[in-house]
Design a protein around this ligand. Sequence first.
Ligand code: CO
Length: 149
Amino acid sequence: MKLGRLNHIGVATPDLDASIAFYRDVMGASDITMPFVLESQQVRVCFVNTPGENGAAGTQIELLQPTAPDSAVGKWLEKNPLGGQHHICFEVPDIYAAKAWFEGQGKHVLGEPRIGAHGTPIIFVHPKDMGGMLTEIMEKPKPGNMHHG
Ligand code: CO
């Protein structure tokens, strides 16, 4: 497998609207997408786009607020009530090849590939096998099929 671009850093928050205000007013972000609910992961999501340079794509902060306390992000927030960095996400060309690659090394892939917040297939790899970081792997969006929520 060849590692692709760092697509986003997932940040959990108990209050999405307060986090949006923080990135806008304290961090000076000027490009924040409209929040939407991703039912499959029981989260309300939006993206803070950071600008790229020299024509390169920037990266994103993915803000996640759980829609249910017993969801994965809800349980995580119980242990981390302020919120904070929840996962990191890298792009790969082919999600099934990536899944086989990680499993071939004994890494625990959490579930089957499913459609993530960017509209492309994703998997998560367990933090205990990834240096303590929950790692999302997403199939790189195809040109002309960009999904900004
Ligand atoms: Co993510």
